[in-house]
Design a protein around this ligand. Structure first.
Ligand code: IMP
Length: 197
């Protein structure tokens, strides 16, 4: 089995990645399972920079092949915000996902609908020798003012998929993994992972 550390403390992301890699001879490890406590400051100016920062920090600390995800939501009417700041998009200290959705909707209230949006994901796979590979994925949709669905995480309940009359939070993990930005990026990463098998 190939051991791969997923450099994330976000259980939603880890579960999706784990399900996407099911069937491969890969053992997914988390920082918690390895007893690693490391908080990486996401000071990069792009998803790729932040994904690389996380992957390199965790591979250095663990010595285990490391996969990091940096992702975010880009809303056209807000000039691409919250983007790389998606996880921190609220002025409230200790804000929750629900607080961030509420804040996003407040920011959008003055703009005419539809509020077109995209999820973006960049994955970085880093080796102990300092080599790094990137893949990307995108998913098109629209922000809606009332939450629908209880699955997923983050902005899922207010992200209506373009080709379905369903929000991301109305999909099961299996369904989300057929269409999401993260699924597209993970599927492209499989051939790089296979090089390590
Ligand atoms: P980061 O990659 O740790 O900077 O966090 C990405 C943030 O973007 C998450 O905390 C969510 O707020 C948002 N995000 C990324 N991917 C998704 C998704 O699949 N569903 C909902 N929100 C997401």
């Amino acid at each position: 089995m190939l051991r791969v550390l997923v450099a994330s403390n976000n259980p939603g992301k880890v579960k999706e990645i784990q399900d996407l890699l099911e069937g491969l001879p890969v053992e997914i490890l988390t920082p918690k399972a390895l007893g690693i406590e490391l908080s990486v400051q996401e000071v990069g100016e792009s998803y790729a920079e932040n994904a690389a920062l996380k992957a390199m920090s965790f591979v250095k600390k663990s010595g285990v092949l490391t996969l990091a995800d940096d992702s975010g939501l880009e809303v056209q009417a807000l000039g691409g915000e919250p983007g790389i700041r998606s996880a921190r998009y609220s002025p409230k200290p200790g804000a929750s996902d629900a607080d961030r959705r509420k804040y996003l909707l407040e920011r959008l209230r003055a703009s005419p609908r539809p509020w077109m949006a995209q999820f973006k994901c960049v994955l970085a796979l880093a080796t102990d020798e300092g080599k790094i590979q990137f893949t990307t994925g995108e998913c098109e949709g629209e922000i809606i003012p009332l939450e629908r669905g209880t699955n997923g995480f983050g902005y899922d309940p207010i992200f209506l998929l373009s080709d379905h009359n369903l929000t991301m939070a109305e999909l099961t993990t299996q369904q989300k993994n057929k269409v999401s930005h993260r699924a597209k990026a993970v599927n492209k990463m499989i051939s790089y992972l296979e090089q390590h098998l």
